[in-house]
Design a protein around this ligand. Structure first.
Ligand code: ZN
Length: 66
């Protein structure tokens, strides 16, 4: 059993295109934050942006609702 890794998403906001999320562990990019990094399998503890931790799932839900 591999040790469980934990990481978080780093939110990159872009003015003219969709936000992207970067895994703090493997630096892979994702279009949306997920509970587990699809690339390295880390357990994602949350999302961090330049302004700090983002824990508002409602905001993320709204982001997905297109
Ligand atoms: Zn990763």
């Amino acid at each position: 059993m591999p040790a469980k890794k934990t990481a978080y998403w780093i939110k990159n906001t872009h003015l003219l295109r969709q936000d992207e999320f970067v895994c703090s562990f493997c630096k892979s990019k994702a279009a949306k934050p997920s509970a587990i990094c699809p690339h390295c399998g880390s357990n994602m503890k949350g999302t961090k942006s330049d302004t700090g931790w983002v824990d508002e799932m409602e905001a993320i839900d709204a982001f997905f609702d297109d």
